[in-house]
Design a binder for this molecule. Structure first.
Ligand code: MG
Length: 355
């Protein structure tokens, strides 16, 4: 420190910056108000949010409420088929849809890293707003915090969703029954492989595009046709194999699926083979598995095939006998060669920072 440094002029007020996020953007002062007005209200504007009260005040709903929350830390922020903003809406809406709920409201919490370009934030927020509008949900409350440079990774988002379950709907693992067919809504592993290839700069033959998509419209259509849906689960982290294991454990019950019927696109299969990954364990963000009685399968498939998001839906297997023997494996894959392979939970993380 020089002898005269005590007298060097310093400005204690943060200068307004239109380019990057500063710590003061999370400090409750003028810069934060400006950020709320110029970025968040500009994009998300609706009567619940615009009131800017301590809580959003929402109308009472007819039916039971479903509520879920999820945090999104995907890297990179932008990938083929989506970005962290669209993902933060789709992911939470899909968890509501899997309970048969019609999504209504979302909260949005942002943790921003100092130095993040405001243009990048606006791009994410704009994608989030468009996705929410397309899905018919309002973002009704939110929060912003800023962490020091190097203490975060650009943007983390948390969304909490509230939806309404119609009175007649009862979906969950408690309804899984012996003989139920297992339907998967489309090809597997596209989201995980699209994000991974973008992050690592890998170039594979064929297009790797995320399957990120909202699932509530197709579920509502199925329910409106009075189909007996016993259970639904979206195939996110851990993929199909982890979802089946979670449900078989919750049942409890055994499940057998046929490898030859499981849809995996050629680009995903090729990329997985090169990297030594199993597509049955790779994350999806617009795929689900459905359990229903055999009598309803044909009608369910004909409805699923009318929706872009589930046009490749296929029956892949069934739930086994109700009686479990000790140490029986819960989920079994019948391979193309007629042998059986146990599909267990993963022992570790296959692909981090994918959602
Ligand atoms: Mg889920």
């Amino acid at each position: 420190m020089s002898q005269n440094s005590f007298f060097e002029p310093q400005c204690p007020l943060p200068l307004a910056s239109n380019e990057t996020i500063r710590l003061a953007h999370g400090g409750g002062g003028h810069l934060m108000q400006q950020l709320i007005q110029d970025v968040f209200l500009e994009a998300f504007s609706n009567s619940y949010l615009n009131a800017l009260q301590d809580s959003a005040v929402l109308p009472a709903q007819d039916g039971r409420l479903a509520m879920t929350t999820d945090s999104y830390v995907v890297q990179p922020l932008f990938f083929p088929g989506g970005d962290i903003g669209s993902l933060a809406v789709h992911g939470t809406i899909n968890d509501l849809a899997m309970m048969g709920a019609i999504p209504r409201y979302l909260s949005a919490g942002f943790i921003l890293e100092e130095g993040l370009p405001i243009a990048t934030l606006k791009q994410v927020v704009s994608s989030m707003a468009k996705t929410a509008q397309d899905c018919g949900v309002h973002i009704v409350c939110g929060d912003t915090k800023v962490v020091d440079r190097g203490k975060g990774d650009q943007i983390f988002i948390n969304t909490t969703g509230v939806g309404v379950i119609p009175r007649s709907v009862d979906i969950g693992p408690h309804r899984l029954a012996s003989g139920d067919r297992i339907i998967v809504s489309g090809d597997l592993g596209a989201h995980g492989m699209a994000v991974l290839s973008q992050r690592e700069g890998l170039e594979f033959s064929g297009d790797l595009v995320s399957d990120s998509a909202p699932l509530h419209t197709v579920i509502t259509d199925l329910l409106n046709h009075n189909l007996v849906i016993h259970c639904l689960r979206d195939l996110t982290r851990g993929g199909l194999a982890s979802a089946l294991n979670e449900l078989a454990t919750a049942g409890p019950c055994t499940m057998t699926i046929e490898e030859s019927r499981i849809p995996v696109s050629n680009p995903v299969r090729g990329a997985c083979e090169i990297l030594g990954l199993d597509p049955l364990y790779v994350a999806n963000e617009g795929r689900f598995v459905m359990f229903l009685p055999p009598a309803d399968v044909d009608e369910a498939l004909s409805i699923l095939h009318k929706h872009t998001v589930s046009q490749e839906a296929v029956d892949i297997g069934e739930i086994g006998a109700a009686e479990l023997t000790p140490h029986q494996s819960l989920v079994t894959l019948r391979t193309k060669y007629g042998t059986h392979r146990i599909l267990d939970f993963l022992s570790g993380e296959q692909l981090p920072r994918i959602c």
